[in-house]
Design a protein around this ligand. Sequence first.
Ligand SMILES: N[C@@H](CCC(=O)N[C@@H](CS)C(=O)NCC(=O)O)C(=O)O
Length: 294
Amino acid sequence: MTYDLYIGDRLFSSWSLRGWLMLEKFDLPYRSHMIGLYSGTMAEDMKPLAPARLVPALRLPDGVVVGESLAMAETLSERHPEAGLWPTEPAARATARWLCAEMIAGFTALRGECPMQLSHCWQGFDPAPETRADLDRIETLWSHARAISGATSGPMFGAYSLADVFYTPVAARIIGYGLPVSDANRDYCLQLLSDTSVRQWRAMGMTVAYDPFPYARDLSVQAWPVGGQSDARAAQDGPSINKNCPYSGKPVTHFLELNAQRWGFCNQFCRDKTVADPDAWPKFSAMTNAVNDS
Ligand SMILES: N[C@@H](CCC(=O)N[C@@H](CS)C(=O)NCC(=O)O)C(=O)O
């Protein structure tokens, strides 16, 4: 049983990130398929999923297509009650549903003024009053969630849930534009972005070169706070310390250099995602640690 998830871009498509997290974070089996969100092929790519027209879209194992993130979330939750997508406690679950629904329907100023981008942090961004009002509302909702759940830090409802999934791209906007929130809520945003899955999503997104950079601004930039400064670089050739790819086990063909050591991978994408954020990949870390700790 495998789901087919259709996503657009990784660095810029906030909804794709939500769709991916609701499978990845709850260990549900899926294959990802890229839709040409920025390449001009989106309408053509989406035809087999009609009448779904936006990303993410989900094809269930029986072939049924589900468009819209909240419908995907509810469908996955119903099909996998043991996976814990929604909080188990009824008041927490009702509140989590409310927060997700309000996120989907609201915060239009924040979403309009600060499109999600996971590349870097803009410096000196001054949000409009309407965006500040959206931030106030988000902080009100987050503190209400914590009053209901009793969780003073970490996931909003204690255990990681769809509420954290739906607010991860909001956290990326808060951090990526340096938006004003309380220290505790900034910590929560950084926790969401430090999640290994989120780091991996970003690292995969960083393998794409954009010209022009979407949603460019005339502002200086600072490195992304989690995994934003990689010491690794792509290398033209080997030999590498490892003969087989840490991810597939296949013979290596692409190389990177990290701390004066050369490591190999079986394709360019896996090499480049590792260059982007070497510490985001437990299999790569296990391989380098096994060599360097021996
Ligand atoms: N309400 C939809 C929103 C999805 C959405 O807006 N996706 C954007 C990408 S982040 C999209 O497909 N844009 C393409 C377009 O508008 O043509 C959901 O909850 O899934």
